[in-house]
Ligand binder design. Structure first.
Ligand code: ZN
Length: 661
């Protein structure tokens, strides 16, 4: 029971005023924060050096992601940075300020598309401003294709969307990412994979995870990301630092994991990646841990190719007591879930969960980053070898600290009692939601024999996130949470329920531009759940939308009924996933997750505007500096937080220029 006080104590640091400046920049729809890395100083010297080399391996992959996102991204970034750093005109003109904002947006999106909506950014500076700046530069610092790049920036019809998910469109041909060569169609890509997939394979490789598809001599070929293949230069730097890191591994198992990853980067062989993933999933003993590779496939409209990312971290031992309790009871949660017993796992294998402290964010996890991660992604590995689930608590603490008193609760939560409940319990229930989602939700349930894991196609990500969220929401209200000492009040879950439905039904719309639909899979999942519960509770007035003085508010009349509805929807979503029921998945997404009420949307945007809250946030990283003795041996690694956003971006572009053209 000591955990109750432990978790309550952990709420305090975020609420205490401290002199750490969390907010470092604010532009367009973005706020950039810093995060602390508590306890780094207390790691052993070996662990610090291990972290140092792993962070170097992380930073060297940056340009891979930029190129994956769009083939022109690196050229455009270099061109914009050259203009920016050589500019000596007045800095207070509208053109220059808009140019600077655009460059900051491009940095944040790891390219010319918004990291979340994947829409191409619209520059607010004039084309002639950029052309004049380019004309004034020495010829050898202007790229030969600069006219083309300028056209790409300014012509809204070109590369309009990085990941197009629109129903009925050719998702490959209309997506501007660089995962498929120009000219390829969705039908060709699907036919190609259908042709190489081994039927009834119980241990399938992650097809396409580390490849760009292209056409050569009329045939479709996979261009592998590996040493000697695509992105070889950057991968060589990654491998060099992984190799150095391996000398400081905490134990032989961790050394082997790093060697396997190096093998994968060297050969590109996806069976080797699976071997690495199994070794990685099974290592729960090391304190320092990392993700480094082609991992999540949200950037691919077909969900095949992994975006490059890296996160280096170490275990937060005290806070991990919470997730260890959850994973220690994983079988109880599985056995008591409201889904058809046929779809439950008879035996939950090795769900390992921990709370971690992020030491560096890189690639697709930078500057915007997840707060919870569950890997590996391959279903059969999760079933046979378990998965590792983490909550990034120094990141959630930074969010929480930066959100104190931003005015949004006063605006959107009408009654004081609910606001008080949220003030008291939202931080802990947010963290528990993430723990449950990652550690138990994604790992729960099973596919029926013979069901293709990709059967839900473009709705796969949304349905999977829906499933994990529902699992978390359902159990947050379970008496088991109090019994296990994870929460000290049976009322605490209400803070999370209110906040979740408010977000899903209303406030997340602030992230959508007027006239657009909901596209990103996590946003779709939150809307799907919230709209479904609202509609299915209508007859009993479970959840009400009320108007007070012309403003829309959410009112929950029956929290227990909300929980029952979460359980019912979880049962249905699990059935859809277990049976691979594409038609129902598609209908649920279309009916509940996509369409935006324009009137409500306009109201939300206008109520947020005066609060001046950025809808998206991301981070700058700390700086790790090795201290060396006269022989060059590292005797310590120091951590500091000296850089602002622009300084960090320019330094990364200069020092980790992994893909020279
Ligand atoms: Zn998830």
């Amino acid at each position: 029971m000591s955990l109750i006080s432990a978790s309550c104590n952990r709420q305090q640091p975020a609420q205490q005023a401290d002199d750490f400046d969390y907010v470092v920049d604010h532009f367009a729809d973005i706020e950039v924060l810093r995060y602390k890395v508590p306890e780094f100083e207390n790691l052993t010297l070996n662990q610090k050096i291990l972290v140092y080399y792993l962070t170097e391996a992380a930073l060297w992959g940056r340009d891979i992601l930029w190129d994956q996102n769009n083939a022109a991204n690196l050229d455009i970034r270099r061109m914009l940075e050259t203009v920016y750093t050589s500019y000596d005109g007045p800095r207070d003109t509208d053109d220059f300020k808009a140019f600077e904002t655009y460059l900051k947006q491009v940095w944040f999106g790891n390219g010319i598309h918004h990291h979340y909506s994947t829409d191409k950014f619209t520059p607010a500076f004039s084309r002639s401003f950029l052309e004049e700046q380019l004309a004034a530069l020495p010829a050898d610092s202007v790229p030969a294709n600069s006219a083309e790049l300028v056209e790409l920036i300014f012509n809204p019809a070109l590369a309009a969307k990085r990941v197009n998910q629109a129903q009925g469109a050719d998702l490959v041909a209309t997506s501007a990412n660089n995962l498929y060569a120009p000219g390829l169609t969705q039908a060709e890509v699907e036919a190609y994979y259908a042709g190489i997939k081994v039927p009834n394979d119980s241990t399938p490789i992650s097809y396409g995870l580390n490849t760009r598809l292209a056409r050569e001599n009329g045939r479709i070929v996979e261009q592998q990301y590996r040493i000697g293949g695509l992105y070889s230069d950057a991968i060589e730097h990654i491998v060099e630092n992984l190799d150095s890191a391996s000398n400081y591994a905490e134990n032989p198992a961790q050394k082997q994991i790093i060697r396997s990853l190096i093998d994968f980067y060297t050969t590109g062989d996806l069976a080797t990646f699976d071997r690495y993933s199994i070794e990685w999933a099974e290592d729960t003993a090391s304190r320092v841990d990392f993700i480094n590779g082609f991992i999540e496939s949200y950037g691919d409209p077909l969900g095949m190719t992994g975006a490059w990312e890296s996160i280096v971290n170490f275990k937060n031992n005290e806070a991990s007591e919470r997730t260890e309790i959850l994973s220690g009871n994983a079988q109880w949660f599985e056995d008591n879930s409201p889904v058809d017993p046929r779809f439950r796992k008879p035996e939950v294998k090795g769900v390992s969960a921990k709370v971690i402290t992020a030491a560096i964010l890189a690639g697709d996890a930078y500057p915007a980053t997840p707060i919870g991660i569950n890997l590996p992604n391959a279903n059969w590995i999760r079933a046979a070898h378990g998965s590792k689930s983490v909550t990034l608590e120094n990141i959630t603490e930074a969010y929480d600290a930066a959100s104190q008193d931003d005015g949004s609760r006063e605006e959107f939560v009408p009654d004081q009692a609910t606001r008080d409940l949220m003030a008291q319990y939202l931080f802990i229930t947010d963290n528990l939601h993430t723990d449950l989602h990652e550690c138990l939700g994604h790992g729960s349930g099973q596919l029926l024999p013979g069901v293709d894991p990709d059967a839900l196609k473009e709705h796969g990500s949304t349905i999977e996130e829906t499933r994990a969220d529902l699992f978390a929401l359902y159990y947050l209200a379970d008496p088991k949470m109090v019994e296990l000492g994870l929460i000290d009040s049976p009322e605490a879950y209400k803070a999370q329920y209110y906040s979740y439905l408010l977000n899903g039904l209303m406030t997340q719309l602030r992230r959508i531009e007027p006239g657009k639909e909901v596209e990103e899979s996590h946003m779709r999942n939150r809307k799907l759940i919230s709209e479904w519960v609202f509609e299915h509770g209508k007859a009993d007035n479970v959840v009400e939308i009320e108007k007070i003085d012309g403003k829309t508010y959410l009112k929950i009349n029956d929290y227990e009924a909300v929980r029952r509805l979460f359980g019912e929807l979880l049962a249905e979503i699990q059935r859809v996933r277990s049976e691979g029921d594409y038609a129902t998945a598609s209908a649920l997404v279309q009916d509940y997750a996509v369409k935006v009420d324009p009137e409500l949307h306009a109201e939300i945007l206008s109520r947020y505007a005066p609060l001046n809250i950025a809808p998206y946030r991301g981070f700058v990283n700390p700086v790790y500096t090795p201290v060396r003795d006269a022989e060059g041996r590292i005797t310590d690694v120091t951590i500091s937080y000296p850089e602002n956003y622009t300084e960090q971006m320019l330094r990364y572009s200069r020092d980790y220029n992994g893909l020279k053209h």
